[in-house]
Design a protein around this ligand. Structure first.
Ligand SMILES: C[S@@+](CC[C@H](N)C(=O)[O-])C[C@H]1O[C@@H](n2cnc3c(N)ncnc32)[C@H](O)[C@@H]1O
Length: 188
């Protein structure tokens, strides 16, 4: 069976992230991806979890504490400021990153990711990323403002040089109601 969007996202993260890695959840939301990242990197690794909403940081921290993970750094700020929080020594050493674009489920639908912050965040993360590793973007775009971000993300990722990056688009093309899709960028 073809994997759905979230299972395939998790498959990509599981097959590329290793114990001891330093990784980033750029939009931690309810913490589901942060939990996966923390279990993949283990006690010797580190997870940076970003979200602009206090509610998201609190929910994520509660979930991770419940599972006994204390290797997570929680940052309530925009992922566009990633370079202010991740030390420069980690240039070329980040083992992977995930973005879930859109709004926090069951929360304020006005608070959405936008290309003004998403594109700078991806750009910084590409410098931080280890060779062979991935930035996985899950693009939800059915909400107001989602289409602009989707177009900007596609334009930006399609323009990445193929000598430096391999870019995958994983998408179901016969589904209704703007289903999410994946863009995965692998550094060569
Ligand atoms: C689709 S949700 C994330 C879902 C999450 N991965 C989960 O497993 O529950 C998108 C999140 O991005 C956050 N967000 C919006 N703009 C942001 C920004 N500039 N920097 C960091 N987070 C942002 C929202 O607050 C929201 O929680």
């Amino acid at each position: 069976m073809l994997k759905g969007i979230i299972p395939y996202t998790h498959h990509l993260l599981k097959t590329t992230i290793h114990e001891g890695d330093i990784v980033v959840d750029a939009t931690c939301g309810n913490g589901n991806d942060t939990l996966l990242l923390a279990s993949l990197v283990g006690d010797t690794g580190q997870v940076y979890a970003f979200d602009i909403q206090k509610q998201a940081i609190t929910t994520t921290k509660t979930l991770l504490d419940k599972h006994g993970h204390n290797q997570v750094t929680y940052i309530q700020d925009s992922h566009a400021k990633i370079n202010e929080y991740i030390p420069k020594e980690h240039f070329g050493e980040i083992g992977g990153a995930v973005f879930n674009l859109g709004y926090l489920p069951r929360s304020d639908k006005q608070i959405i990711t936008t290309h003004e912050s998403t594109i700078p965040a991806i750009t910084y993360l590409l410098d931080y990323l280890k060779k062979g590793r991935l930035i996985v973007l899950v693009v939800y775009y059915g909400h107001d403002g989602g289409e602009d971000e989707k177009e900007a993300v596609l334009t930006f990722t399609k323009s990445l040089h193929q000598e430096e990056y391999t870019v995958l688009n994983y998408q179901f093309i016969n589904q209704k109601n703007n289903p999410p899709f994946i863009i995965a960028i692998q550094k060569r």
